[in-house]
Ligand binder design. Structure first.
Ligand code: BES
Ligand code: MN
Ligand code: ZN
Length: 464
């Protein structure tokens, strides 16, 4: 995964192998050959007065997609004054957004494909042509490329098939990802999980040949006394549903059920690479959810680290069970904030479609901040209620808390309410990222993992 080489010029170079990119107020894109022999790429942005941050992200990505479609490797992008009338962000901010978007659009999961004879279509070089020199633009590009790179590494990890990304291999991937950074990784195995009485993680894992892992990542960017932010990521490396086996149409893509874990791993790496002055902990409970003679069963009671029992009514609601133990574990850090990221419920996509992750929190200020940071980062989020009225859904009959709701309604809320029972009283937000697990048509991202919500997490870490 090579970064695009980005340089700056005051005028478009004459070389023939460089295509000249300009942004037009037309709807259509145009690729024409100029009299000079150079190619010209005109990218339609529509009414330039109406270009906002959201549209700009798409526009930047479109440039890369268009170039790839025409096998153009080098681009000279004209940004005369690096400014859009409807956007009041700084030039550095816009440059960062451009670089993130370029990198994200330039990624494809090709690890398992043979290289075509004439090579891949990736863009290799971008020359930014501005009328003036500005250090802040260069800084924005530098930071943006690092963010884009870690988002793409997260996508690569999430896309990796289940057989090659088991809990043990996920732990190894975390250790590999932190190389050269200040992040430290330690991994708890079955014995330690038993000692900690993490009956939730052990219960979900017991049907699989793959042993569970509890991945702990630590980054110290501030004084030791500073309370950390804890990020928790669901790390189900393959979710068959267990004995409540998923129907065949629904089992596809379940190797991506560790997308939350992948996002947490790369958010920590990113925080270190950017030198964020915060203490950050990453926790990833990693298991495979498999049916077998040793599986946990509907009706089983799992005693979690908190002491509360979970009444398993459906083995396919496994994510919340492993997160219950991780939430309990997070308390030992006396965190300033806990964020969990999980592909928890299909109902989140039913509620929101595929353009925003669901967030649930009992802190209105945190909710507001998350929405703002979602807009800023491009990892859009939308709130659902976390109210005590919903708690009846998860009241256990024979155990403390049931792992599915009594009704078929509001599945994402039920998931959030379940988690809340294990973390009430702590500053916490739950991100159900099922809607954003994979990229959708029209957003100019390659098929597969979308890399959410790495961009949001890094903005959050910068802000709190
Ligand atoms: N991993 C799934 C959620 C999911 C669905 C992820 C679609 C990506 C795409 C989760 O473990 C699950 O199975 N959830 C159940 C919950 C239900 C049993 C209460 C669901 O969404 O059906
Ligand atoms: Mn499941
Ligand atoms: Zn799952």
């Amino acid at each position: 995964m090579k970064l695009i080489k980005v340089t700056f010029e005051e005028a478009v170079p004459h070389a023939l192998d460089i295509a000249i990119v300009s942004v037009s107020d037309k709807k259509e894109n145009e690729v024409i050959k100029l009299a000079t022999g150079q190619k010209s790429l005109s990218v339609g942005a529509g009414d330039l007065e109406k270009v906002n941050r959201r549209k700009l992200i798409i526009l930047f990505r479109k440039i890369i997609f268009l170039a790839k479609a025409h096998k153009i490797k080098k681009l000279a992008v004209r940004f005369p004054d690096f400014d859009f009338p409807n956007i009041d962000d700084s030039k550095q901010d816009l440059a960062e957004l451009a670089a993130i978007s370029f990198e994200m659009a330039n990624f494809e999961f090709v690890k398992y494909k043979s290289k075509p004879e004439d090579g891949w279509d990736f863009v290799e070089e971008i020359i930014i042509v501005t009328g003036f020199r500005d250090k802040s633009i260069q800084e924005g590009i530098r930071v943006g490329q690092i963010i884009g790179q870690e988002v793409n590494r997260c996508r690569e990890l999430a896309n990796t098939p289940g057989g090659e990304m088991t809990p043990v291999l996920l732990a190894a991937a975390a250790k590999n990802a932190v190389k050269g950074t200040k992040v430290q990784v330690s991994v708890l195995g079955k014995k330690e999980l038993r000692r900690l009485k993490m009956g939730g993680i052990l219960g979900v894992a017991q049907g699989s040949q793959e042993i569970p892992q509890f991945i702990i990542m630590e980054y110290h960017g501030a004084k030791p006394a500073d309370k950390p932010v804890v990020l928790i990521g669901k790390g189900v490396t393959f979710d068959t549903g267990g004995l409540n086996l998923k129907p065949s149409d629904y089992i596809y893509e379940m190797h991506m059920d560790m997308s939350g874990g992948a996002a947490v791993i790369h958010a920590l790496v990113l925080a270190s690479r950017l030198g964020i002055q915060k203490n950050i902990i990453g926790l990833i409970p990693a298991v495979e959810n498999m049916p077998s003679g040793s599986s946990y069963r509907p009706g089983d009671m799992l005693r979690t680290m908190s002491g509360k029992t979970i009444e398993v009514l459906n083995t396919d609601a496994e994510g919340r069970i492993i997160l219950a133990d991780a939430l309990e574990y997070s308390k030992r850090y006396k965190p300033q904030l806990i964020v969990d990221v999980a592909t928890l419920t299909g109902a989140a996509a039913s509620a929101l479609g595929q353009h925003a992750s669901a967030i649930l929190t009992d802190d209105p200020n945190l909710e507001k901040m998350m929405r703002e940071l979602g807009e800023e980062s491009g990892d859009y989020v939308w709130p659902l209620p976390l109210w005590e009225e919903y708690e009846a859904e998860v009241k256990g009959t024979f155990g403390d808390i049931a792992n599915v709701g009594k009704t078929k309604y509001g599945g994402t809320i039920t998931g959030g309410i379940f988690l809340w029972q294990f973390i009430k009283g702590y500053p916490w937000v739950h991100i159900d990222m099922v809607p954003r697990m994979t990229a959708v048509e029209g957003e100019y991202l390659a098929k597969g993992a979308a890399g959410a919500p790495v961009r949001l997490l890094i903005k959050l870490l910068e802000r709190v």
